[in-house]
Design a protein around this ligand. Structure first.
Ligand SMILES: [Zn+2]
Length: 242
């Protein structure tokens, strides 16, 4: 069942909600251009059906992207939704606009600004190298200056994300040696969370909550790395006026 990862009360008088779907909530992938709107509606209905206690705004308030592992962020403005524009982060200062990010191993992140704004970020290895977190944090700071906090959803762990030593070099160069992890079979791996931690620390962003599940180890989640699935779980993030 979808879980609330964080419910954060903001100085602006808003509450920020961050939730994460699981396999049982249905496929949240929105990869087919023609059926996107329909699939987001179905996803929303299935999520609401499985999560009676969680007051998720309905699908007409959902936004989603065509995620391309870049660093572009897109604002969700008043009376608008973003339906499949290319980018890897959404942000808004509007209430009850649900920002969604679809993942199956990449790191889903919500950034919450104390002054009443929220962002949702799709961060895989490429996006992390491309500066998707830094760019989004900056634009959020411009739009809504104040302290930021991060909420991190489930993603692939170093236990399952084997990487050749040579391929790790660019990450070590950019983020330091802490990004090198170890798999369950004692080979080198990439630790995506270590990268996220380095970036957030540099920007002085505290981690409000982190889901430590590995999407490949934990059968509650879809994992592209473990079986090449096209199905996705979704992070959902929105703010409401108290
Ligand atoms: Zn694992």
């Amino acid at each position: 069942m979808a879980r609330v990862l964080a419910e954060r009360h903001l100085a602006s008088g808003h509450t920020a909600w961050v939730a994460m779907s699981e396999i049982v909530d249905g496929d949240m992938a929105v990869s087919d251009l023609k059926t996107r709107e329909k699939s987001i509606q179905e996803a929303s209905l299935s999520l609401v059906e499985h999560n009676a206690g969680l007051a998720i705004p309905s699908s007409q308030h959902w936004s989603f992207l065509t995620q391309i592992h870049g660093s572009k962020n897109i604002e969700v403005k008043e009376n608008e939704s973003v339906l499949g524009l290319e980018g890897d982060a959404l942000f808004t200062t509007q209430e009850r606009k649900v920002l969604t990010i679809q993942v199956a191993d990449c790191v889903p992140i919500a950034l919450v600004s104390d002054s009443g704004a929220i962002a949702a970020i799709h961060a895989g290895w490429k996006g992390l190298l491309n500066g998707v977190i830094e760019n989004t944090s900056e634009v959020l700071q411009d739009k809504s200056p104040g302290d930021q906090a991060a909420v991190i959803g489930p993603h692939i762990g170093p236990c399952c994300y084997e990487y050749g030593r040579k391929d790790l070099d660019s990450f070590i160069e950019a983020f330091g040696a802490s990004v090198v992890g170890v798999t369950d079979s004692s080979t080198d791996s990439l630790d995506l969370m270590a990268i996220v931690r380095v970036i957030l620390e540099k920007r002085g962003i505290e981690i409000e909550y982190r889901d430590g599940s590995c999407t490949s180890c934990d059968s509650k989640f879809w994992s592209y790395r473990s079986n090449g699935t096209q199905k996705r779980q979704s992070l959902l993030a929105w703010i409401e006026k108290n």
